[in-house]
Design a protein around this ligand. Structure first.
Ligand code: RIB
Ligand code: CA
Length: 319
């Protein structure tokens, strides 16, 4: 178990931009429940589902866990230039299929995602870490419309991309594939991006043993989470032929909460925006001499046991 005292330091201020989405739910719970983090706000983006769905689902996920007083605002309903493609084959028609969804008790903040992010980041006494677990559309819009805000952004930690094969096409991971132009915009803006790709998140497999471990936590959040994972497991078995599904998004959160859990390297990262078959591919130069300077931090290894300890510990302190 984790010695909770070790997180006595000042919590790191974070905002979470997400597209719930089964794994986004666990990212939200880890961001809210881990004492090393202070969750300032939640923003939503079209991705796993339509914006109306991901926003409703974020409200539900916060409600289930008893997360109140954290502003939640909706962002972009489509990518910068492309039409939105959602992922019902993984997340279902509601984008959060499995459990019965309770009536949300969290309202939608009228400031919108870019407005909320701008206000929260500007007002923070400490530089804010942006956690992004969906397509980067909102973050690209923030960087484009309010570039001055990025001066108080410590890092942009994104679950997306891959140093290897993709999961939507052979070359592209879903968050990158939905809006590759947004990835390019964020890569061109400061601060540098930290990419937590499939090469690492596929180490975080939600096995049957993990579901049993979470069920034993015995609170409302764990019970809801187990029902989410049961649906998510069946989806991944059917769609990807994987016995246990990778719980992608909370790995990005764990990297910020406990940096020692995720090994990273500085590397050259570029995204393909023109390819017919390769759009959304993330090109990471890990070895040899890149022709252009390193511009990102790339996750390469996960302490799997330590990761699941953090996920369980966060859920344990929620409702
Ligand atoms: O490719 C996995 C990513 O796409 C995760 O963030 C999942 O929630 C979907 O958004
Ligand atoms: Ca996501």
């Amino acid at each position: 178990m984790i010695d909770r005292e070790e997180h006595a330091a000042v919590p790191i201020p974070v905002v979470l931009d997400c597209d719930p989405g089964h794994d986004d739910a666990f990212a939200l719970w880890l961001a809210a429940g881990n004492p090393a983090l202070e969750l300032l706000g939640i923003t939503t983006v079209g991705g796993n589902g339509r914006l109306s769905q991901t926003t409703y689902n974020a409200r539900v996920v916060a409600t289930v866990a008893g997360i109140h007083g954290v502003p939640l605002a909706a962002g972009a309903d489509k990518p910068l230039t492309r039409a939105l493609t959602t992922a019902p084959h993984i997340h279902g028609s509601s984008a959060l299929d499995g459990p019965v969804l309770p009536e949300p008790q969290v309202e939608v903040d009228p400031r919108g995602a870019v407005g909320l992010l701008r206000e929260l980041i500007t007002a923070s006494a400490e530089p804010v870490t942006i956690l992004a677990t969906g397509p980067l559309t909102n973050i690209a819009l923030l960087a484009g419309v309010h570039p001055e805000v990025l001066g108080n952004v410590a890092d942009i930690v994104w679950m997306g991309g891959s140093t290897g094969r993709g999961n939507v096409t052979p070359y592209a991971e879903f968050n990158s594939w939905v809006d590759p132009e947004a990835v390019a915009v964020v890569l061109d803006s400061a601060p540098p991006l930290t990419m937590v790709g499939l090469n690492v998140t596929h180490q975080a497999l939600a096995t049957a043993e993990l579901l049993d471990r979470l069920a034993e936590v015995g609170n409302a959040t764990s019970a809801f989470g187990v029902e989410l994972l049961r649906f998510y497991t069946a989806s991944y078995q059917a769609a990807q032929g994987m016995a246990a599904p990778p719980l992608h998004d909370p790995v990005a959160v764990a990297l910020v909460a406990r940096p020692e859990l995720v090994d990273t390297v500085h590397a050259r990262l570029d995204v393909e925006v023109h390819g017919t078959e390769t759009a959304g591919a993330t090109s990471v130069v890990l070895h040899g001499r890149p022709s252009r300077p390193a511009n990102a931090r790339v996750a390469v290894q996960l302490d799997v046991a330590g990761f699941w300890d953090e996920v369980e510990a966060a859920i344990r302190v929620l409702r």
